[in-house]
Design a protein. Structure first.
Length: 191
């Protein structure tokens, strides 16, 4: 009789735990991981740029500035782009004036600067804000876990890098001081 009671009580506990699990699963909102492909922006010349056109490629997004101590990274970025663009890799630059007013130029001035000084051929977008109340939607996606599904981050300075896989999902955030040709970045591109 005692064993029967324990068996019945155990079945009751198991059943009620199962019911709670089902309840918890249905009450939890599901977060659908967004991708970069939902965004359309303008390039430096004002032409539309649709991130959906990059499906199947690895993407590095980097906020840039013309008057920063890290500006020479344009050289490494361009070399990386030239070497790996034919292998399914693209860099997309977003000029931003959020840090010490180090990108004061107009889109036209930025385009001229990039071309004359570094021969930049990777896609450069119109100047945007990458932090603060006027943060562009693309950077809201890159910096908010609720949108990117990976992590919350903050753009700490010019030349912070965001790496996205071939599905348009954020997979890694790279510090501004980490050079574009750092082994961590190269291994990700080649992997």
């Amino acid at each position: 009789m005692k064993n029967l009671f324990i068996l019945v009580f155990g079945v009751f506990l198991f059943s009620s735990c199962q019911g709670q699990n089902k309840q918890a699963k249905t009450d939890t909102p599901t977060m659908e991981k967004q991708t970069i492909y939902q965004f359309k922006v303008e390039d430096l010349s004002g032409k539309p740029f649709d991130f959906a056109s990059l499906k199947g490629k690895k993407i590095m997004i980097v906020n840039t500035a013309s008057k920063c101590g890290l500006t020479p990274q344009y050289k490494e970025l361009e070399a990386l782009y030239k070497e790996y663009s034919s292998k399914g890799f693209v860099i997309v630059g977003f000029p931003a004036n959020n840090f010490a007013s180090q990108e004061p130029g107009t889109n036209e001035e930025i385009a001229t600067f990039c071309q004359l000084n570094y021969g930049v051929t990777f896609p450069m977008m119109s100047k945007i804000s990458v932090k603060g109340n006027d943060m562009h939607k693309i950077y809201q996606f890159l910096t908010q876990k609720s949108k990117n599904g990976l992590e919350d981050s903050e753009v700490s300075w010019n030349f912070q890098k965001y790496l996205l896989n071939e599905k348009g999902e954020l997979v890694k955030v790279i510090s501004p001081r980490t050079l574009p040709n750092d082994p961590e970045v190269l291994n990700w591109i080649k992997g």
